[in-house]
Structure formats: C-alpha cells, structure tokens
Design a protein around this ligand. Structure first.
Ligand SMILES: Cc1cc2nc3c(=O)[nH]c(=O)nc-3n(C[C@H](O)[C@H](O)[C@H](O)COP(=O)(O)OP(=O)(O)OC[C@H]3O[C@@H](n4cnc5c(N)ncnc54)[C@H](O)[C@@H]3O)c2cc1C
Length: 444
C-alpha cells in the first residue's frame, strides 16, 4: 500500500487524469486549482470549446477506464473538408482505413468527467480557488492565494507535479532554481472563436463528420462540430501587422475580411460581427523546456512542460500520453522517484520538442499547402506508398494521430519518408509509377 501523498497543481485536462493514474497505483493526491469547480459554477473551460481527440488520448482514457463514457459524446471527423475561395468544398480523408478518424470532444465535458473520475477513486481531493503564486523548492512550501478571500496561505508538499498549463508557475519556480533550458516561442499568430449555430430545424448547417478548413495562405478559418449541432469556428490570424487582429476591429473591417476570404462562412455565422468583437483573442506559443524535473521533488507534465500550437490537434493527446508513460514508469520503478522523474524527462522531452516542431509545420500545411497541386501529388504518392509497404511506410499524419509511435521517431521517419516521396516524384513527376526496388532500399 502506497502511503505517499502527491501535490498536483492544476485541474485542467492533465491534472485529474494523472491523479487517477496515481490513485490507481495507491497514492493519495491533492490537486490545487485556481478556478472554481466548473461542475457547480458556470465558468468557461478556457481555451477552445472543443478539441480533436485521437489515438494517444483515447489510449490513456481506455487505460483509466473513461473511454466508454466519453466515446458516445464524441463526433468522428473523417478528414479535412476544404472550403475553396469560390465556395467549392472537397474532403481530404485523414487516412485510408475505416478506423482512421479523429474525434471532436467538448473540452468542458471532458474536463468535468476527468475530475469526477479522479474523485471517484476516493484518493483524490481537488481544492478549487487555490492559485499557486510561487513554490519554495528548497523548503518544500507552496504559496497560494485563495481567490474568494484573496488570503495567502503557505502549504507544505512532499512531491509536486505541475499540471498548470502553458503559463506554469511551478515551471517558473523550477527554472529560477535549477539549470533548466527554457524558451517560450510566440507564433506571432493568435486565434478567435466564433459560432456556427444549428439550423432552426435543429440540424447541423454543414457536414458534421469533418474538420472544416478555409485555407487562405497566411491565415485560416477552421470549424469542429459540437454535440448540440453547432460548430465552433476558429480564426487563426496574425496578431500584428497590416491585416491582423490589431487592425481588423470595426464592423466594416470584419465584413470586408470575411467577404474577401471566407465568403461562404458569412451566412453560417449569424452573429459574426458581434462574436468577433466580443470574444477574446488568444495568443499561441510553443514551450521548449529541458529537463522537466527537479531531482525527485518536482515534475512538469502536459502543457506546463511542452505547450504546443494547436495545428496537429495534439496538445491534449500528447499530455495524456505523458500521463500514460509516467504511470508505466511508476509501475516499473516502484517508489524510486529519482529514476521515475529522470527517465520520464529524458524520454519525453525530445518527444515534446518533436510535436512542438511538427505542430508549427502543420500550420503551414493547413493554411497554405493543402490546396497546392504539388501537395496533392505528394499526398497521392504517400498514400500509394502506404498501400505498397503496409506497416513500413505510414504517412506522418497517421503516425501522429492513429499510432502510439513516439513523436521523436515520427519526426525522424517522417523526414525520411518526405525524401522518398521527393525521389519518387523526381523519377516520375506524374507520381503514377513507383520504383518499388528503389523505395525498398530507402526504407529503414
Ligand atoms: C485553440 C486551441 C485549440 C486546441 N485544440 C486541441 C486539439 O484539437 N487537440 C489537442 O489534443 N489539443 C488541443 N489544444 C491543446 C490543449 O488545449 C492543451 O494541450 C491541454 O489543455 C493541456 O492540458 P493541461 O492540463 O496540461 O493544461 P490546461 O488545460 O491549460 O490546464 C491547466 C490548469 O491549471 C490551472 N492553473 C493554471 N495556473 C495555475 C496556478 N497558478 N494555480 C493553480 N491552478 C492553475 C488552470 O486553471 C487549468 O485548469 C488546443 C489548444 C488551443 C489553445
């Protein structure tokens, strides 16, 4: 029986999932969360109303026993529905197999279900309205502010794990104390959410089983379906510059932008101007940090360790895979926290960096390349190669979204495959014929 008590900071998506894994291995957990309990008070779940859940996330939800509860409330998305400038649409499937789909899930519902699951273990307590202000990692003390009274309290901890998201205070304290490499790279582009409501008949206004994209070069609009038959649209757009969130402000600016770039979306978003002006603009950045731990005392996980931009739909999935990996290490190295934290950090850091880089690359693909003739030709060759070399050649998107292959390996294999596709097209620019022997020699 494990008696040790863990302190977790943050009851977003990662905190309660990790708490459940810890509880299932016999540990007690106390989570401190700055927000009130969203199951009791109507508050926003924060960024992005819905999220794309894929294999890595599903795997962790299966491990802790939440998958079957979540699954009926998800909406499968088979591919990208591309909206051209002239209003034409076409579907680019994500994969070639029936089960190669990703799922739209409500962030708030998932967060609430994860908290309830954690509490149901009987070993997890969530203290809401506790905002971590700083951590004294020398004296094992945490300073919190209570959001209702603004009172500050100091509490001791034994081992602390930061699940407090991309602006992590625990990370700040670790970086101040130890020799940690840390950089936060702003993308320069931010996002704004808008809503496509259901039709009056209560149905979806556009195809629900797809992730809709309006790719427009240096910016794009996307839409994911919700259970209430609405869609959440997200405009990704430069933060500053001649045409940016800084300059598009008035009703005329907003309508001009949509008329010239997303004409077919105007009729789908009845409250376009109001939503645009009222809804906040979120900024986006990638966090690169190494290592993710301080001895056997403190650890970072999820966005606190590796916030990534959302274009591969992997931030949460990567965070859930972190929890699964950590749980496996806990099982293998019973209570040897030095080894557990150290191994976790050395294994996962390069994976975190790889998905951060791939997510930035995918922004360029989604907003700019998906409609290029060259991209489409490459994609055709990629799919042919997958059919020719099953299991050996797996498109990068599929390795990320439908497999558990570590991201660093995906990045490396993806680079080699990119070269193979280039060589195939060099030999036959139409991409019709493929020299099987040449490809075989190039495959790892
Ligand atoms: C626009 C957008 C779209 C996205 N889409 C996807 C997607 O489709 N698929 C996907 O996999 N990922 C997506 N992500 C990424 C995903 O949201 C994150 O990776 C995920 O939320 C990480 O979970 P987390 O628990 O680590 O951090 P968070 O969800 O940020 O949770 C952190 C928690 O810590 C609490 N907290 C913060 N500071 C303190 C403090 N000082 N004291 C106490 N509590 C604190 C916060 O209130 C919060 O509850 C998207 C992100 C954005 C911005």
């Amino acid at each position: 029986m494990n008696k040790e008590k863990f302190t977790l900071i943050g009851a977003g998506l990662t905190g309660p999932l990790l708490a459940t894994y810890l509880a299932q291995q016999g540990y007690s957990v106390e989570i401190f969360e700055r927000r009130p309990d969203m199951r009791k008070e109507s508050i926003s779940a924060g960024r992005s109303i819905n999220l794309a859940l894929s294999a890595r996330g599903n795997h962790a939800l299966k491990e802790v026993g939440l998958y079957n509860k979540i699954k009926p409330n998800t909406i499968p998305m088979k591919g990208r529905m591309i909206h051209d400038l002239d209003g034409n649409t076409h579907l680019q499937p994500y994969g070639q197999k029936e089960n190669e789909v990703i799922f739209s899930v409500s962030r708030a519902q998932l967060n609430m279900d994860l908290m309830t699951l954690a509490e149901e273990t009987g070993k997890v307590t969530i203290r809401f309205n506790h905002q971590l202000l700083s951590a004294d990692l020398e004296q094992n003390k945490l300073l919190f502010q209570l959001s209702d009274s603004l009172e500050e309290i100091e509490l001791p901890f034994n081992r602390v794990i930061g699940c407090d998201g991309s602006a992590s205070i625990l990370r700040k304290s670790i970086v101040e104390k130890a020799d940690i490499q840390y950089v936060k790279k702003p993308l320069g582009h931010g996002y704004k959410e808008l809503t496509i409501p259901p039709l009056e008949s209560g149905k979806f206004r556009i195809e629900p089983n797809a992730l809709h994209i309006w790719p427009r070069g240096n910016h794009m609009l996307i839409a994911l379906p919700n259970n209430d038959f609405s869609f959440t649209c997200t405009l990704f757009f430069p933060m500053t510059g001649a045409t940016s969130f800084e300059t598009v402000k008035t009703e005329k600016d907003i309508l001009d932008l949509f008329q010239s770039q997303f004409h077919d979306a105007i009729k789908l978003i009845p409250n376009l101007v109001e939503d645009f002006q009222k809804n906040s603009t979120g900024d986006l950045a990638s966090v690169y940090c190494k290592p993710w731990h301080l001895g056997d005392k403190a650890l970072l996980i999820g966005d606190a360790a590796h916030a990534v931009v959302p274009f591969f739909g992997q931030g949460m999935n990567a965070s859930f895979q972190d929890c699964s990996t950590l749980a496996k290490l806990m099982g293998q190295n019973k209570n040897d926290w030095k080894t557990i934290f150290n191994t976790f950090s050395s294994v996962q850091v390069e994976n975190g960096h790889a998905i951060a880089d791939m997510a930035i690359e995918n922004y360029l693909e989604m907003r700019d390349h998906v409609n290029d003739t060259e991209y489409k030709k490459r994609r055709n060759v990629e799919l042919k190669l997958e059919r020719m070399f099953p299991g050996q050649f797996i498109p990068r998107y599929s390795m990320v979204s439908f497999h558990q292959i570590p991201y660093a390996e995906v990045y490396q294999r993806g680079g080699k495959q990119f070269k193979i596709i280039g060589d195939v097209l060099k030999a036959d620019p139409s991409g019709q014929s493929i020299d099987k022997v040449m490809v075989e020699k190039m495959l790892p």
